[in-house]
Ligand binder design. Structure first.
Ligand code: TYD
Ligand code: MG
Length: 466
């Protein structure tokens, strides 16, 4: 076999190449190929073969020692540790009762959604009792100060440092001087030992590792900011999500509307809770009663339906709006905001096939009010009724809410957490709920639930007020 002499090695993934290239074909990193002798020697096929020979099964003595194990009943659970409370009640619930001492949390969200804002607010609250450090690699001290003034954050316990060195940050965390350290953001920090640019996969995972080790050693709570790409993925490697204890997703509309924080991973708490916020002049505010806020500007026109949905553990009443207009160019247009377009197309097919509605020459637009994104399958029935109502110009009674999943046969299927949906609707003064027929009436309100089992019958019976 012809032996290819290795001349270049990727410092990010270790792949070998005979020629230099700008981008590593193996891992896709830019400017990582190097002919530095030490790096080439480390990743040379001979060196790797040598290593694997050394540790080949059966050949080497086991060099480890027997693990130092403990009976499970003698271990004190880590949730006995102190939790740092934020000023936001729902956010504390999302975190599992506050920020756990020694935990590493990742706050991921699009640029401009309010990550730096909420972290400054958290700092301000925690700094009333504990020492807090805010490290920023993105903004200057002056910029951060401006935000702090706006949010009313001050006090002798709240410190700021501007740094992009993961080594320095880790050393500071390790000193144990602070109870809480914020790192804004992981994409801007870099380790001296790695030559690739900040924000590259190797930098992010190695810096993450370094910071986590320091946090665990000194029992410091750390919150790391991570930017996400347009598709909602964390920019950089998924590996950071595996390394940290808690991953919080900050999502919603950047320009007005509601924003939500939910935990998509939590080693110390639930992952089905959500906290809802609104951006105001003085920072983010928790929305106490999101259903009422969402319904405040409602106008009961045709095509407007109130959906009783559940987000995580939280019931929510949201307005679904549909608009149906005549298609002016042969091919009908369907567009959505806050709802899955594929699901809309499927529901349109069901409506055409199972009811007598003709939708082949109408454009259909669907909007979920308030910047909310609906993933609940029980939104189906509300969407179908909204479309039927928009098309026929007939309304549903004003004090009705709707929920239920629609099957391909036009049958209405049950939804999860029906009791919570019903309770929220009743609390906000609604009189009836059109819901799958398995749904039970709330206590003391017989006849509240109008049970339905078929889409066509439902439309005929309830979409009728001109
Ligand atoms: P920011 O927290 O900097 O977003 P991120 O760190 O996620 O990139 O701020 C988001 C937006 O919020 C910014 O455009 C300005 C606005 N904002 C307010 O409306 N009120 C406020 O009190 C603050 C601090 C920011
Ligand atoms: Mg920011």
């Amino acid at each position: 076999m012809v032996k290819v002499k290795t001349q270049f090695v990727c410092s990010s993934c270790g792949a070998n190449f005979a020629k230099w290239q700008g981008q590593c074909p193996s891992c896709g990193e830019w400017n990582t190929l190097t002919d530095d002798a030490a790096t080439v020697a480390k990743y040379a096929p001979e060196a790797i073969a040598e290593d694997s020979k050394k540790f080949a099964l059966g050949k080497a003595e086991l060099s480890g020692k027997v693990l130092d194990y403990t009976n499970i009943s003698d271990i004190s659970p880590s949730d006995k540790k102190a939790r740092l409370l934020t000023e936001f009640k729902d956010l504390n619930t999302v975190l599992g009762g506050g920020i756990l001492q020694g935990s590493v949390n990742l706050l991921a969200g699009q640029p401009g959604i309010g990550k730096s804002t909420i972290l400054m607010q958290i700092c301000a609250e925690v700094a009333k009792k504990e020492k807090v450090l805010y490290v920023s690699g993105e903004e200057s001290a002056g910029q951060v100060k401006m935000r702090a003034v706006r949010l009313g954050a001050s006090g002798k316990n709240l410190s700021f440092a501007s740094s992009t060195s993961a080594n320095d940050i880790a050393k500071t965390i390790e000193s144990g001087e602070f109870k809480l350290v914020i790192i804004d953001s992981i994409q801007t920090v870099a380790m001296n030992e790695i030559s690739s640019a900040p924000g590259t996969p190797s930098q992010i995972s190695q810096c993450g590792n370094l910071i986590i080790r320091a946090a665990k050693k000194s029992d410091t709570a750390v919150i790391i900011v991570g930017h996400v790409t347009k598709d909602g993925d964390l920019a950089g490697p998924k590996i950071l999500e595996h390394l940290v204890d808690v991953v919080l997703n900050f999502e919603g509309d950047r320009y007005g509307g509601f924003k939500m924080i939910r935990a998509i991973k939590n080693r110390f708490g639930p992952t089905n809770e959500a906290a809802i916020f609104e951006m105001e002049e003085e920072g983010l505010k928790e929305v106490e009663n999101p259903s009422a806020a969402l319904l405040a500007e409602r106008q009961n026109t045709d095509g407007s339906i109130i959906l009783a949905t559940v987000d995580g553990n939280r019931p929510l009443l949201v307005e679904i709006q549909a608009l149906a207009t005549k298609t002016s160019f042969g091919y009908p247009k369907r567009a959505t905001s806050g709802f899955d377009l594929n699901r809309l197309n499927l529901l349109i097919a069901v409506l055409e096939q199972r009811t007598k509605l003709n939708l082949s020459d109408v454009d259909i637009f669907l909007n979920v009010v308030g910047g909310i994104k609906i993933k609940d399958s029980a939104a189906d029935l509300a969407v179908c009724i909204a479309i039927a109502s928009a098309l026929t110009g007939r309304k549903l009674f004003e004090d009705y809410v709707v929920f239920g999943e629609v099957g391909l046969g036009g049958e209405i299927r049950s939804a999860f957490r029906p009791a919570q949906r019903i309770a929220e609707a009743k609390k906000l003064g609604f009189k009836h709920a059109i819901a799958p027929r398995t749904t039970k009436d709330p206590a003391g309100s017989k006849g509240f639930v109008l049970g339905v089992k078929d889409l066509r019958d439902t439309l005929i019976k309830y979409v009728n007020e001109k």
